[in-house]
Write a protein that binds this ligand. Structure first.
Ligand SMILES: [Zn+2]
Ligand SMILES: [Zn+2]
Length: 223
């Protein structure tokens, strides 16, 4: 199911909601048809096909496969994207054990899958992923998962936040490596310091803005 198309200045954000956990997968592309794929959660063959069709019909050229973090709902499609487009995975190094735990987690949740087994490329705070002229700044935002990162486009005023911050909610902190006080710190210091009109594209649910969450988020408020 295609959710919405949001035209930014230069990067367009296409969201898909995939798998039984209803995870948001994002494809970001520019006017030169260069794109990156963030958290491909496609689980069923029909979902893989939907992602592939979108990229092929748009004549998009995929350059990067990125993970905000490696909970299973965000990584189901890593292997498919790797095999289909030849893209190696980029993630934070603290997510490596989370990625490796994926298939065990898949058994536990009765969603078995074949894990990504290609090369791992690590990203950390301060690094930049470049898509043509556009840059995604890496923010280290742990707490929901130990190596959660967010992808911030300053020029296009949006952030792909994974499961750190949601509309009216925050990521759960009861999974291995989760910690509420660390998550709260990430949100206050890394996200709530961004301009209020920055759009947040979260790992689940609808998009929101930094300003709205600062004012109304019941879990982490900035007064
Ligand atoms: Zn998660
Ligand atoms: Zn998730």
């Amino acid at each position: 199911m295609q959710l919405k198309i949001q035209k930014s200045c230069m990067l367009t954000v296409q969201a898909f909601t995939f798998n039984p956990v209803q995870e948001n997968t994002y494809v970001l592309y520019n006017d030169k048809s260069q794109c990156c794929i963030i958290d491909p959660g496609c689980y069923f063959a029909s979902e893989e096909q939907e992602l592939k069709d979108f990229i092929e019909k748009g004549n998009l050229q995929p350059f990067y496969l990125l993970n905000t973090h490696c909970h299973l709902d965000h990584i189901f499609g890593n292997r498919f994207v790797y095999k289909t487009f030849g893209l190696p995975l980029y993630l934070h190094k603290l997510e490596k054990p989370v990625l490796e735990y994926g298939p065990t987690s898949g058994q536990l949740w009765q969603m078995p899958f074949d894990n990504y087994d290609g090369e791992l490329n690590f990203l950390d705070e301060g690094q930049v992923v470049q898509i043509g002229e556009d840059r995604l700044h890496i923010l280290f935002t742990p707490g929901h998962s130990p190596g959660s990162i967010s992808f911030y486009s300053q020029e296009n005023k949006f952030i792909i936040s994974g499961d750190v911050l949601f509309q009216g909610s925050i990521g759960r902190t009861d999974l291995p490596g989760g910690d509420f006080s660390i998550l709260e710190e990430s949100i206050k210091r890394k996200l709530y310091t961004l301009p209020g009109d920055v759009i947040v594209y979260p790992g689940h649910g609808d998009s929101t803005t930094i300003g709205d969450e600062m004012k109304t988020n019941p879990f982490v408020k900035m007064i």
